[in-house]
Design a protein around this ligand. Structure first.
Ligand code: NAP
Length: 451
């Protein structure tokens, strides 16, 4: 038997586990999927926006993998913490595949970023997704919000801020977040990109959805669109990647739409503005963000023009990408925020380390959609399977689950997770809603039967 630990139960971890047990070349592979949280599914549970039901429903296919007899889910197990080092984990298994994602947000690196009211989009997403480590957001007094960045996460947080109560209520958002968002006084959300519409990173489906929210007027500044050579000139647009071409066409539609004076909220996409400072009021809270206008340099980049514009905001969310976090005992490339690897094999001092692998965002950086993790995990799994002969020669000390318990860990197994799911259904029913997330450690552990 080849015993493998997969660390992280998000899409890359589950796809890695699936590939390992469903292949035919190496028989008898058994996989334990470990997660720091008592609940599985990683960013599908704690990152995909709660109003994106179709993407959320991917958890159904992840579930059927984790229910395979050859796979065990062991939640509530922190690898790299005091009870379980990465070195010890490698003693307990023939191989370990790290699929720990990219947990940190990138900072802007500008003055004023530490002011009250300035947060990472990651923190905001964690809050409305019910992540047990998330802090609380108080939206009292927030009328205008600025979101910095033009990726799909920026679109997610902009949309959630702009949505009304009727659309948020059917989600599994924790009750406190639902109350704060649906009762908020947010009237304008500006999503601000430092480059032009044809360089924006969001996808067209997400952009269209943002333009079609009930009671929300979607706006652009025509002069900013016209600054983009690909917007102004059809010939230049033809050379763009298809997604950028479609985005530009959607924004053209926004620019041509009739005004909607009755809209309850406004979402404005701004372009060619790079953040230079967050401005605070006498109370130490953010009051505006100062941007420098940029201009295209003809090669996809921009340069500063020395012209500045302040956008009022009582809430600022920076959404400029995720960054991997180093894991105790594993090599780390601080610039890329990833673990160095060759085809998924962890590289230590440039040489492949026997038995240690990576997949997902910690391997390739925070890019791509959920499906991108499938080929990524397959590549890693096939490297591991090529090494299987050498790996399986090592005698293991016994069932790793016993060793984890002996180290003082209290793993939440699959029935524990099912109990959490049932408790969330019950909580939803008691609130007159559908299933509602339990947003704290004590609640999750209690529901799983750990007292
Ligand atoms: P992203 O796609 O990399 O976008 C980051 C954005 O931040 C870019 O617009 C970038 O602009 C901007 N940026 C970076 N540094 C900046 C700075 N110093 N000042 C101003 N702007 C700055 O990252 P993401 O939105 O976090 O998304 C991560 C991944 O998850 C992506 O692959 C995304 O598609 C995926 N995702 C998908 C969905 C979905 O499918 N619905 C939802 C959420 C996330 P430049 O281009 O100028 O660098």
């Amino acid at each position: 038997m080849l015993r493998v630990a997969v660390v992280g139960s998000g899409p890359s971890g589950v796809y890695a586990a699936q590939t390992l047990v469903q292949q035919r070349e190496v028989p008898g592979v058994r996989v334990d999927v470990l997660d720091r949280l008592p609940a599985p599914y990683g960013l599908v549970r704690y990152g995909v926006a709660p109003d994106h039901e179709k993407i959320k429903s991917l958890s159904g296919s992840l579930r059927s993998v984790l229910e395979d007899d050859r796979i065990r889910f062991l939640g509530n197990v922190e690898v790299g913490g005091p009870a379980l080092s990465t070195a010890r984990l490698l003693e307990l298994y023939h191989a370990v595949v790290y699929c720990v994602g990219a947990a940190r947000d990138r900072p802007l690196g500008i003055p004023g970023e530490e002011l009250d009211g300035v947060h990472s989009a990651t923190a905001f997403v964690s809050w409305y997704s019910g992540h047990p480590d998330a802090g609380a957001f108080d939206l009292t007094g927030v009328r205008a919000a600025v979101v910095v960045g033009a990726g799909n996460v920026a679109v997610d947080v902009t949309r959630i801020l702009a949505r009304g109560a009727p659309e948020l209520e059917p989600t599994d958002m924790p009750d406190a977040a639902l109350g704060a968002l649906s009762g908020s006084g947010v009237r304008t959300v500006s999503m601000v990109a430092r480059r032009g519409p044809s360089q924006a990173r969001f996808t067209t489906k997400e952009l269209r959805e943002l333009g079609a929210l009930a009671g929300v007027e979607a706006l652009v500044v025509p002069a900013e669109l016209a600054t983009d050579p690909a917007y102004a000139d059809g010939g230049a647009a033809a050379a763009l990647p298809a997604v950028a071409r479609r985005n530009v066409e959607v924004l053209r539609g926004w620019a041509q739409a009739a005004p909607d004076p009755g809209a309850a909220r406004r979402v404005t996409l701004r372009f060619y503005l790079r953040p230079v400072e967050v401005l605070g009021g006498p109370d130490g809270r953010v009051r505006a963000v100062r941007f420098e206008r940029t201009a295209p340099d003809g090669a996809g980049g921009v340069f500063g023009t020395g012209v500045y514009e302040d956008l009022d905001a009582q809430l600022v969310l920076r959404s400029v990408g995720y960054l991997g976090v180093p894991l105790e005992g594993l090599p780390f490339d601080p610039v890329r925020g990833t673990v160095p690897h060759a085809a998924g094999r962890v590289l230590r001092a440039g040489r492949a380390s026997v038995g240690e692998y990576v997949a997902g965002w910690i391997k390739r950086g925070p890019t791509g959609v959920i499906g991108t993790n499938r080929p990524c995990a397959k590549e890693t799994a096939s490297s591991l399977l090529q090494d299987a002969g050498a790996l399986a020669r090592r005698e293991l000390p016994g069932d790793p689950l016993e060793a984890l318990r002996a180290a003082g860990l209290r793993p939440v197994e699959w029935p524990g997770w099912l109990a959490i799911e049932a408790a969330e259904g019950e909580l939803g029913r008691s609130l007159g809603r559908r299933s509602v997330k339990i947003p704290d450690w004590a609640g999750l552990r209690g529901a799983a039967g750990l007292t």
